[in-house]
Design a protein around this ligand. Structure first.
Ligand code: DC
Length: 654
């Protein structure tokens, strides 16, 4: 089933090593050329993703024999002539499959129909079709003029010179370059206008060379396809790691301190997106490169103004890095973003604004002025069925906790992205201390927080403040809608041990018996719990948080580094509460206190939502008969033993 969203905790640091999945661009080019070749090709480290799946399916539908053996993909070449002459191909949203296949099939002497998902039908292909028609191809549009779906019939080749526009997508030129050798005649290919994304053309030429066809090139304007060009299998071919995918991990190293090392691309990569590392370096990151690896670390980033023509895909990652940089970042020459999986300039602008960033956008640029830190996400991140949107925005988790919608869209190029991201990131640690009223958890939690230098959240106080606000506003404590509306809009502050409601100190008042009872009542309302959930998560900030309550470990911070269930017998708790009240000069009856505590326990543990219970993954700590400091020591010991990082300083922007 499709996952609706993924929640990422706020991240403290990034560190580690990752072996990259294979490059999408290289995988799909290599698959097509292996198919068109003479001989059998063994492809190693092929990417397994939606886009490569579409190419594999299409090639098989065209009669190419493909099998997987010992992790390699074995392709039997068809020597430039697909056996199947009549086929319907569905290519999803895979531009790297659609464009080159259109070109190759245009010269394959058959009758084919090519279609994709709705977005694919909104992505222009007219410039490629025009160029192919110039060469004699017979292609017609089945929907809108200039867009897929397409119908292809046998070509009548006549011309020996073809021209193509270079300013919309370099994939048009790539498609032509890979297909034209099938004509077995000398053809000159002229590029009109500025050619964008040149590094992708370099990848195409390099891979064609490995398959035996060398293109003569004059600058970026003129390419000559040789007369006797014939694809021959190189035998075994390795697919490099994906340099665009590398960008997320390098950026994580730069934002989260690092070092993070990516393996699979390096100094000798044929992919233009390795230049992303230079851009990151410009922002202030430290980059080290080996032949087959790149490593990033940093102690702060600064904004830059940069032409991204050569790194169109990885440039999206810079846009999210800009949230963490000091000063403004401007990414220029990115008009191609508008015709990718989604209109990426519009999508990026909309999502970055959700963090309070100031955005300027134009037809071919985006300017990003970051919000003050720590920032908050208003709402959740939408991904527009665009894998790169999802992957880029995971990086915003270094600033706040996040919800990313439709995370499964990463399958286009990187199916296990989120697992890999979590393997190199360290979330801000949380120690959850849950337990019944008057168990001493508040005192224990605040001392532990102080010892570790962590933030402290007294979640019970939030329910108490809600009750107080409702009582004051004359809202009945069982009016779920009324009380939760109030809880959502409350302005709560915790300053120097004081608790503020608006501008008023309510530290003492919320401890009254009326508020204690009221808190227990409003805490049973699901709407109130939902309203306070978001508020509680915001307390999770570097270097860490100790949170006490009833459902810290089970609901609010389920990924806590340590979960403690702190309790004491009802009699012991009544005794402690009695002592406290006597010290405050209040005279109360011990039996009534005990009765109250037992009633509240019952209400807190019987309610249907987030009942007070010891969860299986928490440590039981019974404080009956032991002092507070003994309990504190025990929690500290448990935390040390949990083997978690207790303190990593987060880099601050330079
Ligand atoms: O911990 P406390 O006594 O200050 O909590 C006040 C009330 O709020 C208590 O009746 C239980 C409720 N509460 C809750 O339901 N969930 C929490 N995380 C914290 C408190």
């Amino acid at each position: 089933m499709k996952k609706e969203y993924i929640d990422l905790p706020p991240m403290l640091a990034a560190k580690g090593e990752i072996t990259l999945p294979g490059s999408k661009s290289i995988s799909n080019r290599v698959l097509l050329l292996s198919a068109l070749s003479e001989g059998r090709t063994e492809i190693r480290d092929l990417l397994h993703s939606d886009d490569t799946e579409r190419m594999l399916e299409a090639l098989q539908a065209l009669g190419v024999k493909i099998e997987f053996r010992d992790g390699s993909c074995i392709v039997e070449g068809i020597s430039g002539n697909f056996p199947v002459k009549n086929a319907e191909l569905f290519l999803g949203n895979a531009g790297t499959a659609f464009r080159p296949l259109t070109a190759a099939l245009a010269f394959s002497n058959g009758h084919y129909r090519l279609s994709g998902v709705q977005r694919m039908h909104e992505r222009p292909i007219g410039d490629l079709v025009d160029a192919l028609r110039e060469a004699g191809a017979n292609i017609s549009y089945l929907g809108s003029e200039g867009y897929p779906p397409l119908e292809i019939r046998p070509a009548k080749i006549s011309e020996s010179a073809v021209s193509v526009k270079g300013n919309v997508s370099s994939q048009f030129l790539t498609g032509l370059l890979m297909a034209l050798p099938l004509l077995k005649r000398r053809i000159e290919l002229k590029v009109e206008g500025e050619l964008i994304s040149k590094p992708y053309i370099e990848i195409t030429l390099e891979i064609m060379k490995r398959f035996g066809v060398t293109i003569e090139r004059q600058g970026w304007e003129r390419f000559v396809v040789p007369k006797n060009g014939r694809y021959t299998s190189p035998g075994i071919i390795h697919v490099e790691g994906d340099a665009s995918s590398a960008s997320y991990f390098l950026a994580a190293g730069a934002i989260g301190g690092g070092p993070v090392r990516v393996k699979g691309v390096g100094r000798n990569s044929i992919q233009g997106d390795v230049k992303f590392a230079d851009a990151l370096e410009k922002m202030g990151a430290r980059i080290v490169m080996g032949e087959n690896w790149i490593e990033a670390s940093s102690s702060g980033l600064k904004g830059i103004d940069i032409d991204c023509n050569e790194i169109p895909d990885a440039a999206m990652t810079l846009a999210v890095c800009a949230l963490f940089a000091h000063g403004k970042t401007t990414l220029r020459n990115i008009a191609s973003w508008r015709v990718k999986e989604t209109d990426r300039i519009a999508a990026m602008a909309k999502e970055l604004r959700k963090f309070g960033a100031r955005i300027e956008e134009g037809t071919d640029f985006i300017g990003i002025t970051p919000p003050p830190r720590p920032f908050v996400l208003h709402g959740s991140i939408d991904t527009y069925d665009d894998h790169r949107m999802a992957m880029c925005f995971s990086l915003a988790s270094f600033g706040t906790h996040l919800r990313i919608n439709d995370p499964g869209c990463v399958a286009k190029t990187f199916p296990d992205y989120f697992e890999r991201f979590s393997a190199i990131t360290v979330p801000v640690p949380v120690i959850s201390i849950d337990g019944p009223s008057a168990s001493g958890k508040g005192t224990v939690a605040s001392i532990v927080a102080e010892k570790l230098g962590f933030h402290y959240l007294d979640s019970g106080a939030l329910y108490r403040i809600t009750a107080l606000a409702a009582i004051r506003a004359g809202i009945s404590l069982d009016d779920e809608k009324g009380v939760s509306g109030l809880a959502r809009d409350m302005e709560i502050g915790f300053e120097n041990g004081e608790i503020l409601l608006g501008n008023e100190r309510v530290t003492q008042e919320i401890r009254s018996e009326a508020c204690s009872k009221g808190a227990s009542q409003v805490a049973a309302l699901p709407g109130v719990r939902a309203a306070l959930l978001e508020l509680q998560k915001r307390f999770r900030k570097a270097p860490g948080l100790v949170a006490d309550g009833r459902d810290m470990g089970s609901t609010v911070f389920p990924d806590s580094a340590l979960k403690v269930f702190l309790t004491a017998s009802a009699e012991e708790r009544a005794k402690r509460r009695h002592k406290q009240l006597i010290e405050k000069g209040e005279d109360v009856n011990m039996d009534i206190l005990l009765q109250d505590i037992m009633e509240r326990d019952a209400r807190d543990s019987m309610r249907s939502i987030a009942p007070l219970q010891k969860s299986a993954d928490s440590e039981l700590l019974d404080t009956t008969g032991i002092g507070i400091m003994a309990a504190v020591s025990r929690v500290m010991e448990l935390y040390e033993n949990a083997g978690k990082i207790s303190r990593i300083d987060q880099p601050t922007p330079v």
